[in-house]
Design a protein around this ligand. Structure first.
Ligand SMILES: [Fe+2]
Length: 145
């Protein structure tokens, strides 16, 4: 296990936790912004599921093993689960903060991948980070409402 493997495993775990959180928010969001957020969260969990798959397959491509169980996911995840029922505003704030935290780790992985001469991992982490910076901005704009 090298640093790239460790970083990819932690990201697989984080996005798995995020996936369930966004599904939970999709199901349980309430209030005047229900239709907008219900649909937005659906887009987000679909995109997050694809990332879990890409990260797991990247791990296999570099000769490491993706996580197999939710137990292992929770051991490796840095993001926290949410069993509460937050307000719509708090849901958006939580996702905003999770994406910001993920971006710090994605940018660190870009640096590691560059050092390790691993352009595929670099491109993956950079692509996720770039798209998420835009998402962070949009979620932040929503929070100002
Ligand atoms: Fe649904």
């Amino acid at each position: 296990m090298n640093q790239i493997h460790t970083a990819l495993i932690a990201l697989q775990a984080d996005y798995t936790v995020l996936y369930q959180k966004v599904r939970h928010y999709h199901w349980n969001v309430r209030g005047p912004q229900f239709f907008q957020l219900h649909a937005q969260f659906e887009q987000m969990y679909l995109a997050t599921a694809l990332k879990v798959d890409e990260l797991a397959e990247r791990l296999l491509a570099v000769g490491a093993a993706p996580l197999r169980t939710y137990g292992d996911v929770l051991k490796h995840a840095r993001l926290k689960e949410d069993s509460s029922l937050p307000s719509a505003h708090e849901m958006v704030k939580n996702l905003h903060d999770d994406l910001l935290a993920l971006n710090v780790n994605l940018r660190a992985l870009v640096v590691e991948a560059e050092k390790a001469d691993d352009p595929a991992t670099l491109n993956l982490a950079e692509g996720y980070g770039d798209a998420q910076e835009k998402e962070v901005w949009m979620l932040g704009a929503f929070l100002e409402s």
